[in-house]
Design a protein. Sequence first.
Length: 315
Amino acid sequence: MKKQLLLSITSISIAFNLFSQTQIGNSNFEQWENVGNPTEEPINWNGFKSASGSLSSFASQQLQRSTAVRPGASGQYCARIWTKTILGASANGTVSLGRINMASSTVISPLNHTYSDVSNPNFSESIIEHPDSIVFWAKFTPVVASGNYQALMNAILHDNYNFIDPNDQGGIHQMAQAQLFYPSTNGLWKRFSVPFSYVGPATNITNILLTFSTNKTPGQGLGNDEVLIDDVELIYNPVGIDELTLESARVFISGDYLQIKSPMDISSYEIYDVNGKTLASGQKTTSLLFQENAGMYFIHLYAGNQQQVIKFIKE
C-alpha cells in the first residue's frame, strides 16, 4: 500500500510509456514495505495482510517479495503469491490495486472479494485515459501441473464508485474489462497481453481495479500453487494510428548491429530501454549501430500511418 509515497516520483519511476499516458505505480514491484515481516507488501499494491472485513485478523501471509525474476528483467524483484490450505479449504494467493475484504469463512461467499475504496488512495488506483490492453509477465507453477488449474488476471475500468470484484462485474459502474485465465507456464516466465473490452455501460473512467490470483475460482487451488508477477504495463494506441501485426516486421541483432526486416518502408524509429528512456532515434534505415550493454530493449517502428513496437534482447 502507501500509494502516497509514490506521488513525487511517479513521473520518472513508473513503467515506460511512449505517449505519456497514465501507468500503474510500482508496476515493476521494485518498492516494498515491511520486508521480512508477515505484513510485507509491494508499495501501491495490497494483499491479505491489509484486508478489511470481520475476518481480516485471521489473514495469513500469501504475498512476498521475490528475487526469482525472469531472464532479461531490469529490476531485482517481482511479486510472489501462493495458495494456502486452511482448515481443509484453499485460500488462493491474491494481490490487488484495490483492497481485499474477508468477511466469511465460506471461501466462495460474495462477502469475500476485492474492491476499490475510491476515498482512500491506498486502496484504489486513479486513471482517466483509455488503455487498449494490459501487458504483464507471469510464471504460474501449480502443484499439479497436469490438472485443470488456471491463474487469474482481472482488470476493470470503472467510474467513481467502490467497485466490487466480482460482485459488480457487468454492472452500471463498469466501463471496460480485460480478463485472462492462464494455465501453468511450465516453469518459465511468459509475457501476456490482454485487450480491454469497452462494453460499458459506464462512460467516465476514474479508476482501475486490477487483481492477480493463483486460481480463477475461489477455493479451487491447491496449497502451494504459486504465481510470480512482474512488469505490468498499460498499452495505449493513439487515435488514427493503426498497429502493425506482430508478424509484419522483424528485428535481428548481431554484435553491435540491428537489422530491420519489414514488408513496408520504415519512415522512422526510436529505441528505448525498459524504463522508457530513449536511446536512439532516426529516419529510414535497415541497419544501425547499437552499442548499449546487454539487456532488454524496445524499438518503435513507424511506417506511414502504422506503427509497431518490438522487444529485443542484447546478450
